[in-house]
Design a protein around this ligand. Structure first.
Ligand code: NAP
Length: 241
């Protein structure tokens, strides 16, 4: 890819894996639009990257708000006239824990929390994809990376984390659907599990740094070869769904 012309957007990029993805994409020379639902936190993240010599654009975005997503799409069209890379990273895990352990039984799941999780982790990514695809299609280029999780793999599905598992399994399905629809348009759509990463969500005992967690996501964003789409990756290797 000829990096300077490309515009990349990362959701939930004020902290954790999203901030690190924004950092690595900016380091690679892409024009990065760091998005965040809280303007103040977004400016802090933007400033953090600026201190490291990385200039990024920052826009507020709540992925659960249709108006917010539409406003962002209008801004991108006006400001850049293109979007090349979309990283659907924003995510929440609301499932209950007791004594540090996830509540395992489906009988104890909180349906309201499941619905709220779907709003962010699934419908947020769907809404961004729907609104931003027209820009990608106009330029005949796109890379979409959906940040999923091993907890959403049907082949390894187990009990617990009900809302989170359902949302990520559905995000995986969305990845396949969009990839299939766009297979002839040079718009590549893949899902990625970052592994267990030390962030607010992953906790301090997680095995991986944010740099390690961001690696495969950034690798997929920069995939010049359009041959692999509609797949799940971890550690740059394809994984079973
Ligand atoms: N950490 C892990 O071990 C791990 C493992 C597998 C997959 N993942 C996935 O990796 C992604 C990033 O996780 P992380 O560990 O970096 O989590 P994190 O530190 O909790 O960060 C989550 C980010 O998502 C944002 N967000 C939440 N709801 C949003 C909304 N409605 N609109 C816009 N942004 C929203 C948060 O913004 P606020 O600051 O405003 O809350 C924050 O920036 C998630 O999709 C997660 O499911 C993480």
């Amino acid at each position: 890819m000829s990096a300077p012309d490309k515009v990349a957007l990362v959701t939930g990029a004020n902290r954790g894996i999203g901030l690190e993805v924004a950092r690595q994409l900016a380091q690679a020379g892409l024009k990065v639009v760091l998005t965040c639902r809280d303007d103040k936190k977004g400016k802090q993240a933007q400033q953090e990257l600026a201190s490291a010599g990385l200039a990024v654009d920052m826009r507020t975005l709540d992925v659960t708000s249709a108006d917010s997503v539409r406003d962002l799409a209008l801004y991108l069209r006006k400001q850049y006239g293109r979007l090349d890379i979309l990283v659907n990273n924003a995510g929440i895990m609301l499932d209950r824990f007791e004594d540090g352990q996830p509540v395992m039984s489906i009988m104890d799941c909180d349906l309201d929390q499941v619905r709220r999780t779907m709003e962010t982790n699934l419908y947020g990514a769907l809404s961004l994809t729907k609104e931003l695809l027209p820009l990608m299609k106009e330029n005949h280029f796109g890379r979409i990376v959906n940040v999923s999780s091993g907890l959403g793999q049907i082949s390894e599905m187990g009990a617990g984390y009900t809302g989170y598992r359902l949302s990520k399994a559905a995000l995986n399905a969305l990845t396949c659907m969009v990839a299939d629809e766009l297979s002839s348009e040079n718009i590549i759509v893949n899902a990625c599990c970052p592994g267990w990463v030390r962030t607010d969500m992953g906790g301090k005992n997680a095995a991986r740094s944010v740099e390690e967690g961001a690696d495969t996501i950034v690798w997929l964003c920069q995939s010049a070869d359009g041959s692999v789409s509609g797949k799940l990756f971890r550690d740059r290797e394809e994984q079973p769904w």
